[in-house]
Design a protein around this ligand. Structure first.
Ligand SMILES: N[C@@H](CCC(=O)N[C@@H](CS)C(=O)NCC(=O)O)C(=O)O
Length: 219
């Protein structure tokens, strides 16, 4: 048993962030899958929010993907995934926060309104605006690439990637699209798809579609 144990669920994008961070850092870990549709009692006792990801280390626990990834960065500074320079580090945190505070809410609203064609039109515009902001204020201003912050992969890349992996399903189901002008964003996605940490944790388009279709039918 490795000293790090990650409680995860195969389809969870948040747990994927942390699995990617562990792989990028070259850390040995035990992956424990949790059936979120039938949570075992031991998991309910262990997890204060009843959610994955949850990391166990040295007998203690950390939860929330972003906080786990920051903990890994502090506890295992080798193979850093955040810049050391304070201003660059602050910029990394701005984009990590942007993903959860600005991009995710518009995606969630769109999914919530997916059966309302008039609202979907508005949501498509809102999602496109977020991508244009990421392209123009983020990728084009921060670095020449190929990663978000430059030549090295960082926690910013890992924060976004699981949701971009699922985006082709949103395109296919709900007609939302990455604007054509977002050429850097598209290059960044292709670069991330080539990384081992993504290949080892990614699921196929069909895998995600089966789940989204079921969700669509159930709701
Ligand atoms: N803000 C959390 C979100 C984690 C999350 O929503 N996990 C989902 C699976 S993708 C979960 O465990 N859901 C179980 C539940 O809510 O009961 C994070 O970043 O870790």
């Amino acid at each position: 048993m490795a000293e790090l144990e990650l409680f995860s669920y195969e389809a969870c994008p948040y747990a994927q962030r942390t699995r990617m961070a562990l792989i990028e850092k070259g850390l040995d870990f035990t992956l424990t899958e949790v059936d979120l549709y039938n949570k075992p009692d031991w998991f309910k006792k262990l997890s204060p929010y009843g959610k994955v990801p949850l990391l166990k280390h040295k007998g203690d626990i950390v939860y929330e993907s972003r906080i786990i990834n920051e903990y890994l960065e502090d506890a295992f500074p080798q193979r850093p995934l955040l810049p050391r320079e304070p201003m660059q580090r602050a910029k990394a945190h701005i984009w990590i926060d942007y993903c959860d505070s600005y991009l995710m809410p518009v995606l969630h609203k769109m999914i919530g309104d997916r059966k309302d064609p008039a609202k979907l039109i508005e949501h498509r515009k809102a999602v496109a605006e977020k991508f244009l902001f990421m392209e123009n204020e983020g990728l084009r201003k921060l670095s020449p690439g190929p990663y978000w912050l430059g030549s090295d992969v960082s926690l910013v890349d890992l924060q976004f990637m699981p949701f971009l992996e699922r985006f082709p399903c949103y395109e296919s189901l709900w007609g939302v699209a990455i604007p054509a002008e977002c050429t850097r964003l598209k290059q960044w996605i292709a670069t991330m798809q080539g990384r081992d940490s993504h290949k080892k944790t990614a699921n196929t388009f069909e895998f995600h579609m089966i789940r989204y279709r079921k969700y669509d039918q159930a709701a």
